[in-house]
Write a protein that binds this ligand. Structure first.
Ligand SMILES: Nc1nc2c(c(=O)[nH]1)N[C@H]1C(S)=C(S)[C@@H](COP(=O)(O)O)O[C@H]1N2
Ligand SMILES: [Mo]
Length: 248
C-alpha cells in the first residue's frame, strides 16, 4: 500500500477546523447553560425547559388513548408493606364524620360527597405498578369508585367535559391538576381501601386519588375538593419545577 502523502497545509487546515468545531461546541454549551440557569424562569425551572416539557405534554396528550389500560397484576402480587411518601396536607387526622369531598360545579354550586355516599357506588379495584418520580416503584392494590362512575352518579358530565380537573387536600396544602383524558381513563379511582382494608391515615384516609397512568405525585392523598377548568389548575410539584403532565 502506498503511503499517502500528507501536505503540511492539509494538516494545518484540519487542525484549525478541529479546534474551530471544538470551540463552537464549548461556546454553544456555555451559552445554553447560561440561558437555562440565568434566563427567565417559569414555575421553578427555566422557561426553555418549561417550553420543552409543555410541548412533550401536548404530544403525549394527543397520543393518549383513554381506552388503553395500564398493565394490571394479580391482587396477590401487591406488596403488604406499602411505602409511605409525602405528608403534605395530611399531617393531622380528619374526623370521618365531618369529612366530605367538596365538588365545585360549573355554576358555582358546591356538592358534598361523603365516604358513605361513595361507598354506595359500584366498587372496583386495581393492582398496578405504582411509580414515584424519585425512582422507586411497587405493585399496590387499591379499592374504590371509578371516577367515571362518580361523574355519572352526580351528573357532572358538563364539568368533566372541561380540559382539566383540579384537586386539593382539605387544608389546601397539597394540590394537583390533571388532564381530562387521564381522569376519565377507566382505571382512575377515588380510593377508600388499600389491600382490601380502610386506607391508613398516612396513605390518604378517608379518600385518595389513584390514577395508574400518572406518576405518584398526582395520586393526591386525602381529597378535600374537586373542581373542573379549561385552564391548568395549580399543581404543587409543577410550581416547584416538575413536569405538569407527569404521565407515561
Ligand atoms: N396529600 C398528599 N398527597 C400526596 C403526596 C403528599 O405529599 N401529600 N405525595 C405524592 C407523592 S410524591 C407520592 S409518590 C405518593 C405516595 O403515595 P404513598 O404514600 O401511598 O406511597 O403520594 C402522592 N400524594
Ligand atoms: Mo412521588
Amino acid at each position: 500500500m502506498k503511503n499517502r502523502e500528507v501536505s503540511k497545509s492539509y494538516v494545518r487546515r484540519n487542525t484549525i477546523i478541529s479546534i474551530g468545531v471544538f470551540l463552537i461546541f464549548i461556546f454553544a454549551s456555555i451559552y445554553l447553560f447560561k440561558k437555562l440557569k440565568g434566563g427567565p424562569q417559569e414555575n421553578g425551572t427555566s422557561s426553555t425547559l418549561r417550553k420543552t416539557l409543555d410541548i412533550n405534554e401536548k404530544i403525549a396528550n394527543k397520543a393518549f388513548n383513554p381506552a388503553k389500560t395500564t398493565r394490571v397484576f394479580d391482587k396477590s402480587e401487591a406488596v403488604q408493606n406499602v411505602r409511605v411518601n409525602g405528608y403534605i396536607g395530611i399531617e393531622d387526622s380528619p374526623k370521618r364524620e365531618n369529612y366530605a369531598i367538596q365538588v365545585i360545579r360549573n355554576n358555582g354550586d358546591t356538592l358534598k360527597v361523603s365516604v358513605d355516599d361513595l361507598k354506595k357506588l359500584p366498587k372496583t379495584d386495581v393492582t398496578f405498578n405504582f411509580k414515584c418520580i424519585e425512582g422507586w416503584s411497587q405493585i399496590t392494590n387499591w379499592g374504590g369508585v371509578k371516577f367515571t362512575d362518580f361523574i355519572k352518579k352526580y351528573h357532572l358530565e358538563n364539568e368533566s367535559a372541561l380540559n382539566y380537573v383540579g384537586m386539593s387536600t382539605p387544608d389546601k396544602q397539597y394540590y394537583v391538576g390533571i388532564d381530562r383524558k387521564s381522569m376519565i381513563q377507566p382505571q382512575t379511582i377515588l380510593a377508600y381501601e388499600m389491600n382490601g382494608k380502610t386506607l391508613p391515615a398516612n396513605q390518604g384516609y378517608p379518600i385518595r386519588l389513584i390514577i395508574p397512568v400518572k406518576y405518584g405525585v398526582k395520586h393526591l392523598k386525602r381529597i378535600g375538593s374537586i373542581y373542573f377548568s379549561n385552564e391548568r389548575p395549580k399543581d404543587y410539584w409543577y410550581e416547584r419545577g416538575y413536569d405538569y403532565y407527569c404521565g407515561f
